[in-house]
Write a protein that binds this ligand. Sequence first.
Ligand code: BDR
Ligand code: CA
Length: 319
Amino acid sequence: MKVLLFTDSGIDDTFALLYALLHPQINVIGVVADYGNVSRDRAIRNTQYILSLVGQEDIPIISGASRPILGDEPVYYPYVHGVEGFGSIIPQQQPKVLYNFNSIFTLITESSEPVTIINIGRLTSLSVAFLLHPEILNLVQNIYIMGGAFLVPGNVTPYAEANIFADPTAASIVFNNASPLSIRLFPLNVTEKALFSPEIVQSISQHTTEPIGQFLMNSFQYYYTYYQRQRPNLNGAPLHDLVAVNAVVNPQFYKYIQRNVQIIDSSPLGKGITIADLRDRPNIVPTQNDFSFIVLDMDYQKFIQDVHLTFSSYFQSIN
Ligand code: BDR
Ligand code: CA
């Protein structure tokens, strides 16, 4: 499956990107690096670092958005992901040639098979792509998005999730221009269930190379410490973005409902709220074409086993 990944290169993004790079059924044809958890420049450098860790530097890195679509100053999250995006790790990377934004369209039109988009950061770049060339974006098979929260607390405000909150205008543009049935939305309802403990990360790391294992454990420790401070009763730290990537190749692990999704993009307290009518009503017709797929539950055990297997099989195969 050919995948174009949009990322803001924090710690859960990194686990997600590595999983995609190592999975035998996923062929990452490009990575769009965006502002979000860190600045765009750091996201570019971090992406470059991850590609170099697994020897896949030939994958195009596309320079994405540097701020929200209305031009506001971006807000970063150093206490969750570290100033550099990898906890306390500072990757040393020489800048390499970047691909310009138009490469998104070339990658989609020149692909030998329909491309799947996975968006695990803010939706700014994806919204701009829709504004520039909706006809090309509509060639995309499916769009997997980590974002939103439905009738559960948010993680940046009491009601809103970070990827939607940072640029709700962009999120609305994506939802209004994409074919709704192509969207698979992974809100906090499900991604918060994807809990990793230091023991799980250590057991995954043991099956990788030493630099990758050290990198996974150190960056995760920073993220885990943040979650322990914030929510001491949580049995681990949720790797939100990994869920959306895992679902691309394991749809059977996930339960979804089909509903129309709306986003509030004004009002200070309402900013970034995602709304869907979740009432159990017989008159809701799931085939209605303004409905998207909202994923609300997952098989946690199968998810963890699969992540473990993906990492260990890859490193066994190259030894
Ligand atoms: C999302 O926000 C970011 O901090 C994470 O990387 C994830 O994409 C979770 O709300
Ligand atoms: Ca992210």
